[in-house]
Design a protein around this ligand. Sequence first.
Ligand SMILES: *Cc1c(COP(=O)(O)O)cnc(C)c1O
Length: 365
Amino acid sequence: MSGHEQKYVQEAFETNWVAPLGPNVDGFEKDLSQYVGVGHAAALSSGTAALHLALVMLGVGQEDVVICQSFTFAASANSIVYQGATPVFVDSEWQTWNICPEVLEEAIKSERARGKNVKAVIAVHLYGMPAKIDEIIEVCARYEVPLIEDAAEGLGASWKGRKLGSFGKLNILSFNGNKIITTSGGGALLSEDEALIQQSRFLATQARDNAPHYQHSQIGYNYRMSNVCAGIGRGQMQVIDERVSQRRANFEWYQQAFDGDERIAFQPEREESYANRWLSCIRVDVVKTKGVTRETLRVALASESIEACPLWKPMHLQPVFEGAPYYGGQVAETLFDDGLCLPSGSNLTEDDLQRVTEVLKRTLG
Ligand SMILES: *Cc1c(COP(=O)(O)O)cnc(C)c1O
């Protein structure tokens, strides 16, 4: 927390706006759309809820397939199944670790050739690293498939000076407790299309028709963000750029500490990308370390009470998605095998970073 949050939360209490609507919700939505540079935003209860509503509004149903980056957190894909549709997973490329545009095209062509209705594409900016968004947009436009940008991990990052969360037809953010800023739990749906955002607010409040009594013509959801949580969000928005700087500084510290050490590679950042470095991610070359794996490093850190975590396990390797179609090779799988997220909190001190680095160096020998 930054200290700015309490003012807004207190305001919510003083004015008795303790509900899933109110001035903080309106203010937070305005802050978000202004910051990201996108026309409209709806504050919701989670990033997962935002993904689900995006698919509902795109009309995704049982006969449809939705293409999703395999290398991601399960929430990116779960909402496809909520709609009864089939997830089709696509591999990443090495330059950004995100969905590979060429394999994406192959997947669309091949699913269509099998008679499938490709209803949407979900691209993720994993660890706050911009995906190859120009190429992805081009493929989606050519095949007329709407793009959903999962920018849950990417708030504050940009591509060619334009913020992530502003490129798709519908874009989602998350403010879960582990994300770069938090509302304790929450998410948002963003779009240039005002009608879609208005419809998402309607669906997120139980789809109540405009009548004095309770009348419903559609299935609704209870997905709105509370005015108390939105107050936390407004305070957090005042420090988002500071948080990005802190995360980038963590990454630079690690990178400098291992400068010239060929055993460790860092998640690459392209010239026109500005990643938020939500997590500092490395790869461990087991040949060059003579057998020290990412797991060796993780266990060594854990024995010093330092938490580190393997990179996301790809969706096409998850038991729950067994049998789902998959396109691509071994990029996501390799990243899972040799990748590690280092401690990356915005509040890490130089002493903390020094301690992590020492354990890593000692273990590598
Ligand atoms: C966190 C996350 C989500 C889901 O957001 P919640 O607010 O936790 O529901 C979706 N996609 C990715 C890539 C995430 O990291």
